[in-house]
Write a protein that binds this ligand. Sequence first.
Ligand code: PLP
Length: 468
Amino acid sequence: MKQSQLRAIPAVEKVLLALGDTDLPRPIVLGVVRRELAALRTQKSIPAFDAVLASARDALSELRASRIRPLINGTGILIHTNFGRAPLGPDVIQALSNIGSSYSNLEYGLAGGTRGGRAAYLERSLAALCEAEAATVVNNNAAALVLILRHFCQADAAISERTGRAGSRKAAPRKNEVIISRGELIQIGGGFRIPDILETSGARLREVGTTNKTSLQDYGRAMGRETALILKVHRSNFFMDGFVESAQAEEIAALARKKRVPFVEDLGSGAMIETQTAAGLEHEPTPAEVIGRRVDLVCFSGDKLLGGPQAGIIAGKAKLIAALKRDPFFRALRCDKLILSALEATADIYLRGQGGIPVLEMLHASNDDLRSRAEKIRSALDGLPIKARVGEGQAQIGGGTLPRSAIASVTLDLVHGAIKPQEIAARLRDHAVPVIGYVARGSLKLDLRTIFPRQDAELIAAIRAVCR
Ligand SMILES: *Cc1c(COP(=O)(O)O)cnc(C)c1O
């Protein structure tokens, strides 16, 4: 009989003792060890104790690496959904800390000493920013869209069910049809498809026009007794060029008003700034601009170009906003106090015209400044076996926003005689403060635009560590 077949599965305690301090809570380590040992039972032969230990260590490292932690974003993608989208600035962090660490008047009227409205000040700020009658906020833009669709497509059915007017359903057809251009049936990021969102919301899709052309007449012909609303979705993550046509928002708005159905636009990003003033960017419609075209409701994300926390902002007609807030489903989508305070601080920055939105500061950073930082980092790496050069790159907005954006930027390019750039990339990702770059033309490139100046020292330390 071979030696391995004689070996018994080691005891949990023995493995735990040998692992020593893993920097993870004991119940988590215990779980990993139990799983590892259980897996041995299915094996023909039991490996040596050292091998069992090594495999448990690997599993723990993998688990440890999956803990949420800061990283250095050298990709040049400003709003990276995998990296948590918009980082928050100091004023916003201060607000989070103040409100998070204490009791607050979240839903309390200080004047009367009674229950008060939630997010009343924030709603005013958002309405002012969007130049709209009213505004409100939910967990993200996907939730905003679901709330709007559910509300306007199920409201009628719910009312007739509640009042027991069963017969009236036949007389009045169910108003749950949403009219949308075929050119706007888009997918955003992982698994967010407009047709699926419509379906889960109880809406029926009424596609009009073609992929590249949709006219006002297409919308007009589709309008009927079952029309619940007209939806326009901003093509935020791709562009169409060539033989294309879409109806003007003003014209669709007039049609919707005549037929007394709401006209809703999902803007996606919700830039408050004139993006085209930054070199390499096109114009991204602002919520105020869309409201100005007489769209009834507009919705957008809080953590894309707005540069705030994850949220879905809805702005527009006061009557419609009030109706959405009365919908019982609104309660299930409401934001917590941390988000509300962070968003309040973000809106304040815009209303006061101050700086302090990291995404916008990165967007507007001058290449001269980026170059002088890159030079400093490069000279700090002198004498290492790795060669560093100051190079050029193209930063992007990302997050499914302004797909054609190409912002000229400055990179630090790393080349090592003996280590492939892919291997340098892997080692940097594995560093205590992970550094993420991209490989191009034989070097690992790190775009300075998305690296905070305060991270430069950490970046130097990481590069030193990986080429040792
Ligand atoms: C990003 C995006 C969404 C989803 O927004 P979340 O805040 O991520 O839920 C919806 N619609 C459009 C057009 C988008 O660009």
